[in-house]
Design a protein around this ligand. Structure first.
Ligand SMILES: NC(=O)c1ccc[n+]([C@@H]2O[C@H](COP(=O)([O-])OP(=O)(O)OC[C@H]3O[C@@H](n4cnc5c(N)ncnc54)[C@H](OP(=O)(O)O)[C@@H]3O)[C@@H](O)[C@H]2O)c1
Length: 261
């Protein structure tokens, strides 16, 4: 069984630990003492100091905020050997940056998970660094498949992944907020609005998933000519919601690129 050492056990680190702990031996180095105690109690992980954790791990997952990367990489520089794989989950930190900071031909895998990982339904994009092996990619997929599904991408596409699925849950939450407010403005209570909107969201998502039918043709099936849905769709199309989404995703991709500079 591979040993995976997590540096940082916050929101995303803990989401991965909570499910990966069934398949891997997990070690954690977490700065926040209360958080460390919680992880030990809840997932039976072993808390360690940074040096001994890195030494005892086959895989080191960097799960701190991007602004903490510099400090962490400085501390583990020289401690990573060729038998180990370093996996980053941070937005905007390139594998080249990690390799350079760690000072050698380090096997780095860069990933971009997303928030539904917390319920085991995330999607994680996995990109291979310059010195990583195909077996490292396979191992990374095995780890992140514990919290959903995975796709392999070239690292140059990671900023686009961040724009689509990394930030994606926020777009969906915003869409739900808009529908909830609109439902209330038609006269429903908050609770009834929530029942109507949530069932519509989840039911439509399951239908889309199970029918394997093209999304546009499913939409056409709800939209009879001259009917109620058509009246609503006319408003959305007149206001060019598709263009707004395209602009929003481009803005997120641009910001991810800026953060990586
Ligand atoms: N959350 C998401 O949905 C999501 C999605 C995709 C990618 N990510 C990436 O995941 C990474 C972590 O995000 P998060 O939301 O999980 O952040 P978080 O909740 O703040 O977790 C980071 C944890 O690491 C701890 N920490 C900081 N420096 C440390 C050090 N030197 N040694 C050990 N522990 C240290 C922090 O403790 P303190 O709080 O005491 O500093 C905190 O508990 C980020 O790089 C982010 O880009 C997150």
């Amino acid at each position: 069984m591979k040993t995976i050492g997590f540096i940082g056990g916050g929101n995303m680190g803990a989401a991965i630990i909570s499910r990966a702990c069934k398949q891997f031996k997990i070690l954690v180095c977490e700065k926040d003492k209360k958080r460390a105690a919680f992880l030990k109690r809840k997932f039976k992980v072993v808390n360690k100091d940074l040096a001994s954790m890195v030494n005892a791990s086959d895989v080191i997952v960097l799960a701190v905020k991007p602004q903490d990367f510099d400090g962490v990489l400085d501390q583990i520089k020289g401690a990573i050997s060729s038998r180990q794989v370093v996996i980053s989950i941070a937005a905007g930190i390139t594998s080249a940056f990690i390799e350079k900071k760690l000072g050698g031909k380090v096997r780095v895998i860069r990933t971009m998970p997303n928030m539904p990982a917390q319920v085991g339904e995330g999607i994680t994009a996995v990109a291979k660094g310059k010195y990583a092996k195909n077996t490292d990619v396979a191992l990374a997929r095995k780890i992140f498949n514990c919290v959903g599904t995975t796709v392999i991408v070239q690292e140059k596409m990671i900023d686009a992944v961040t724009a689509v699925s990394g930030s994606g849950p926020a777009y969906v939450f915003y869409f739900v907020e808009c529908l909830l407010n609109a439902a209330q403005s038609l006269g429903f209570s908050k609770d009834v609005s929530k029942d109507l909107v949530m069932a519509t969201l989840l039911g439509s998502a399951h239908l889309l998933d199970q029918q394997k039918e093209d999304v546009a043709s499913l939409r056409a099936k709800v939209t009879s000519k001259g009917g109620t849905t058509q009246a609503a769709m006319d408003v959305l199309m007149k206001n060019k919601v598709d263009k707004i989404f395209s602009q929003a995703l481009k803005a997120a991709q641009k910001r991810a690129k800026q953060l990586a500079e």
